[in-house]
Structure formats: structure tokens, C-alpha cells
Design a protein. Structure first.
Length: 606
């Protein structure tokens, strides 16, 4: 039987900008039903590759072949619209078709774009990105190519999109730094690294494991080459210039060996731990703060006493007041009622969504040196501006580049460095993960875990939030703000079992969130029944269901592992890959459903 033609086949693709080589002779293919995530460091060509695949950017050499009559939908990183078009008119894919208009309205509502007659010029950049995403989904293409689809989405929208893309037989290639999204949606990971591409037939967790194996093997290869190189170098020095045929062959082999021996594998930087940050016992106290914008209530009688060394995450839908709260804390906005009292020792470092306006003709290293020549880590240790930039993966060459040459992600990373170089003792980070690559996110996570001061993070990156924070403020809208003693995954697991598992509201005077000694008084919710009532026991029928679910979940997990192993083996046919790629998302949905029911019953079984 003839092999099925893949949706996309890329062969020997090369792209450079002048002397800057992005990738060389890369090859990969995507079959029907595969969901593929593309991972790379900032500035290495992810968005350029997607633009090339969609015909919006040229390339130096190679071939790009799509299956005949394939309908492709492309979400650009920064879409452009006519500012005078209404939202609905900007959804150009509806073409007056009533069914398409209805679909457009449904998807736009899911993405919280509700005024369909509003001119596009009045929308924020994030709202325009959501309209562009709706456009692609309305088209219902055979093949979706998405550049950062989760940027500017709140957690509720991300979870909706995760479910939407994970269902059915959709074929997908996307760039995203949302690691939970990659884990739950993608069955193949492509990594663009060192001008080439590596394919991992599994989800993000599988990629991490196999990538480390690849690096370890490469490191061992370089070590072996170095040992042999010393011997061959002595031979090269001893041999006369006039060499026979065998000697010349050995000489050619020497230069190849030299290339391998001198290869470099980027080592992760050591963890940067500062010990000189001092912050007093009084941090800040929100004393019954209220804030409104017209009819929209952001906060009502909000009390909170922030404790020393606290690492807080702030989550909630867009428009519920998260950024407004940060701006009041920093004194950029004033409350309508109440006040916020800041401790005398507090030195804020603020990373805003808007970013920093750079001098485009300034060199990267000079931007940081204008703030400080070095950062003091305490105990006689310090990092120079150059070392600090290197810690955040700016190479020596990049440090002496001009700002205008930086990619969007590299600019965000430079802005982050300018905030941290000021050596604050209280970091306030508003969406710090947007546009940062995964390696930089891992470094930032470690930095914040070790940071000896206070941290507040507003982020829609669930993986990042889970790693960094020890509790949440959940902005529910209409002035309701609640404290949850745990990370985002713990919060979601409880909210999926109970309608409202958080008994303590931060909007009323009777339920204050602090004590007079400056310590936070969090409700120890985990492990107790949310309503305070005695839990009922499992019925006989539920016991049987519980026992069956244990067997079903085990069987589904075994099948999932079998499929993932087969997909990663590289020894199965395109037809088998297609069939397994179709089965895997359905399997994940069934596994999630049965696991959630098992969790629900296990609560009653305890």
C-alpha cells in the first residue's frame, strides 16, 4: 500500500540574515492528526520559520511541500488589522455566511471579545491577538499554524483553548512557551537548536527526558573527541608537510575531529543566590481598600497584611483588576477609599506589561551598565553587568549588539535584567513570562525560588506559577478577591471537585487576611471539607464504580504509554502514526474524565 502523503514535508531548509545563520538544512514532516510544538531559545528563528512555512518570508534554499488542496490557517505573533474595521468585519472569514457569523460570535465570546461593533483601533494589542485567533479558528482549516496562541489569554481562556485544540483530529504546529499546554496538547516536539532541528515523538515531559539524553550523549562524544584530538595534534605537529595518500586522509579526519572536539554545549548557569537583600518585618498593609472604574467594582473593603518573604501569585480573568491592584500598591493609582501602607525598608522592582522604552542605538551591555556596573550578592560575591547578562543567556556577542537588532523575546529579557540589576527586595512582576523562551523561564523560576525578599507575580503561565508561588489571591470579579493557600494546580483540582472551595473572602471587613503581628493568616483549606459539614460515605454502587475506575485508569495509562512508546520508536508507518495520533487525544480526554471522577470518589472514600 502506498504511503500517505504528509500534510507538510520540509527538506533541507536554510535561512540566514546576512552573517546570522538561523538554521541550515533542517528536515521534518507533519502527518494528519499530529499536534506538534516548536521549541527554541529567543532569537533563534521560531517565528521566522513559521512565517516561511506560510509564505510570508523567503528562504535561502530547500523545499516546503504541502499536501494538495490543504487549507492552512496561520496565527501571526503580531497581527495587523484595519483600525476602522469593526470586530465582526475584521473576522474576514465569515464572508457574510450566517453560520460562520454565529461561529465567530461564539468563539469571540469564549475569548471575551463581546462588543462586535467596536472598531479594531480601540482594542488593545492583546484583544487584537484574540480576534486574530478567532479568525483562524472560524476558518476551520485542515492545518493550524499558531505563533504564541496563549499570549494575552487569561487562565480560563487558555484552558478553553487547550480543550478545543486537544479534541478531535486537528493537525497543529505551534510555538508556545506554556509548558502545561505543550504537555497536554502536543504529541510531537520539534526543537530548533544550534542551527538544526531535533524531533521528539512525545509530549513536553518526554521531550525533557530525551533532550537531556541527547545532551549527555553529545557531551560524551565531545569528551572522546578531545582525548583523541590531543594524540592526533601531536601527530600533525610531527609529520612533514609532504604527506602520502593515507596521511592526507588522516589529516582530513583530524580536521573533522577538531571540529567535534571544539564544539560547545551550552551549560546551564549555576543558580544565582543573593544573600544581601534585607527587608524589614513590615511589608505592606491594605487597609479596607475600595476601587471602582465607573460601574465596574475592582475592590471593596479589601484588607490584606502582607508577610515577610511571602511569594504570592495573582490570578483571575482579564478585567478583574489584577494590574490595577499592582498599580495601587506601587502608588501609580490611588484607592477611592482606604489606604495602602508600605514598610520603610521596601524597595520595589516592577516589571510591567508595557515594558521599557529602550534607546534603539544603545548597546545591550550599556543599557544595563547605565543602571549598575555590578550586582552585589552578599558575602563578598558580586556579578558584573556582563556576567549578569550572561546568566540570562545573553552571549558576549549579543551583549555588544545594538538594541534594535533584538527580537521581541530578547527585549523582554533585557527589560527583566534592568529590573533585577537595581537589586530590589520586593519584586512585582506583571506577566513576566510573555515572549520569554522556556530556558529563560527556567532560569527566572530558579532565581525567584531563591530570592530572599518578597515576590508578587501576575501570570497566566500555570507551570511558572506552580513553581514560584506559595499561595494565591484569586480575583473573581465584582470586587471579590479570595485567598487560597497553595499553587494554581491545587486550586484548580479543588475547584473541579467543589463549586467554591475557598471560604475566606478578601472583600469584607469581617474576613480580614492578616494579624496585628504582621503575619499572614491563611486558611488551612487543604484536607478539610469546604463547607465544614460531615462528608457522606460512598454508597455500594459508588464503591463498585470506584473499584472499576481504578482498573480503567490503569488500563488507559498503559495504552497511552504504549502509544507514546510506539510514536517515539521511529519504526512505525505513516498510517500507524496517523491512527495513533487520532487515538491519543481521545484517550487523554477519557483518562482525564475517569481520573477526575476517581478523585471525586476518593475524597468520599477517605
Amino acid at each position: 500500500m502506498a504511503k500517505e502523503v504528509p500534510y507538510l514535508d520540509v527538506q533541507n531548509l536554510t535561512k540566514s540574515f546576512g552573517a546570522l545563520l538561523l538554521f541550515e538544512d533542517i528536515c521534518f514532516s507533519i502527518a494528519e492528526g499530529q499536534k506538534v510544538g516548536l521549541i527554541a531559545k529567543n532569537g533563534t528563528g521560531k517565528s521566522t520559520l513559521l512565517s516561511i512555512l506560510c509564505g510570508k518570508e523567503g528562504y535561502d534554499s530547500g523545499s516546503i511541500i504541502y499536501r494538495r488542496d490543504l487549507k492552512v490557517g496561520f496565527l501571526e505573533q503580531t497581527p495587523v488589522f484595519n483600525p476602522e474595521d469593526s470586530v465582526l468585519d475584521a473576522c474576514f472569514n465569515h464572508q457574510g455566511n450566517e453560520e460562520k457569523v454565529l461561529k465567530a460570535k461564539q468563539i469571540l465570546t469564549q475569548l471575551k471579545i463581546r462588543d462586535l461593533q467596536q472598531p479594531m483601533g480601540q482594542l488593545s494589542g492583546g484583544q487584537q491577538k484574540r480576534v486574530a485567533l478567532a479568525n483562524v479558528l472560524i476558518l476551520e482549516p485542515d492545518f493550524l499554524i499558531l505563533d504564541e496562541p496563549t499570549n494575552h489569554l487569561d487562565l480560563e481562556m487558555i484552558e478553553w483553548l487547550e480543550g478545543y485544540l486537544g479534541r478531535g483530529n486537528r493537525t497543529l504546529l505551534m510555538v508556545t512557551h506554556d509548558r502545561y499546554f505543550l504537555d497536554r496538547v502536543c504529541s510531537v516536539i520539534l526543537e530548533l537548536d544550534d542551527h538544526t532541528i531535533y524531533t521528539y515523538r512525545g509530549n513536553y515531559s518526554y521531550y525533557l527526558e530525551k533532550r537531556q539524553e541527547r545532551i549527555d550523549n553529545r557531551r560524551a562524544e565531545i569528551a572522546r573527541a578531545n582525548n583523541l584530538y590531543r594524540t592526533e595534534l601531536e601527530w600533525m605537529h610531527r609529520m612533514p608537510q609532504a604527506r602520502g595518500h593515507k596521511a592526507r586522509a588522516r589529516e582530513d579526519a583530524f580536521y573533522e575531529l577538531e571540529r567535534v572536539a571544539k564544539a560547545r554545549i551550552e551549560e546551564r548557569a549555576i543558580r544565582l543566590k543573593a544573600n544581601n537583600v534585607y527587608i524589614g518585618s513590615k511589608i505592606f498593609e491594605c487597609q479596607y481598600v475600595s476601587k471602582r472604574f465607573g460601574d465596574v467594582c475592582i475592590m471593596k473593603d479589601f484588607y490584606y497584611n502582607f508577610s515577610r518573604f511571602e511569594k504570592m501569585g495573582i490570578v483571575g480573568s482579564n478585567g478583574t483588576g489584577k494590574s490595577t491592584f499592582l498599580k495601587m500598591l506601587l502608588g501609580e493609582l490611588q484607592p477611592d477609599e482606604g489606604r495602602i501602607v508600605i514598610g520603610e525598608t521596601v524597595r520595589f522592582g516592577y516589571f510591567s506589561q508595557e515594558g521599557l522604552q529602550f534607546n534603539e542605538k544603545q548597546k545591550v551591555i550599556d543599557v544595563v551598565r547605565d543602571i549598575a556596573d555590578y550586582i552585589d550578592l552578599g558575602q563578598g560575591r558580586h556579578y558584573s553587568a556582563s556576567q549578569f547578562l550572561q546568566y540570562f543567556l545573553f552571549t558576549n556577542e549579543q551583549q555588544y549588539n545594538y538594541v534594535y537588532k533584538l527580537s521581541g523575546g530578547e527585549r523582554r529579557k533585557l527589560y527583566l535584567c534592568t529590573v533585577l540589576m537595581r537589586n530590589p527586595n520586593f519584586l512585582v512582576l506583571d506577566e513576566p513570562t510573555n515572549d520569554l523562551d522556556i530556558v529563560t523561564l527556567q532560569i527566572l523560576e530558579e532565581y525567584l525560588q531563591d530570592f530572599p525578599g518578597c515576590v508578587i507575580v501576575v501570570s497566566h503561565d500555570r507551570y511558572f506559577t506552580d513553581k514560584v508561588v506559595d499561595h494565591l489571591l484569586v480575583f473573581k470579579g465584582n470586587g471579590v478577591i479570595r485567598d487560597f493557600p497553595g499553587n494554581y494546580t491545587q486550586y484548580r483540582s479543588l475547584t473541579s471537585l467543589t463549586p467554591d472551595p475557598i471560604p475566606k473572602e478578601r472583600g469584607a471587613r469581617s474576613s480580614s487576611a492578616g494579624t496585628s503581628d504582621g503575619k499572614s493568616s491563611h486558611s488551612p483549606l487543604l484536607g478539610r471539607d469546604a463547607g465544614g459539614e460531615t462528608k457522606r460515605k460512598l454508597s455500594y454502587k459508588e464503591k463498585r464504580e470506584f473499584e472499576q475506575l481504578e482498573k480503567d485508569v490503569a488500563a488507559l495509562e498503559a495504552e497511552k504509554k504504549q502509544i507514546e512508546d510506539a510514536l517515539s520508536s521511529g519504526s512505525i508507518s505513516v498510517d500507524e502514526i496517523t491512527a495513533m495520533s487520532k487515538r491519543l487525544p481521545l484517550l487523554n480526554d477519557e483518562l482525564d474524565e475517569k481520573s477526575m471522577r476517581w478523585l471525586e470518589l476518593s475524597e468520599l472514600a477517605q
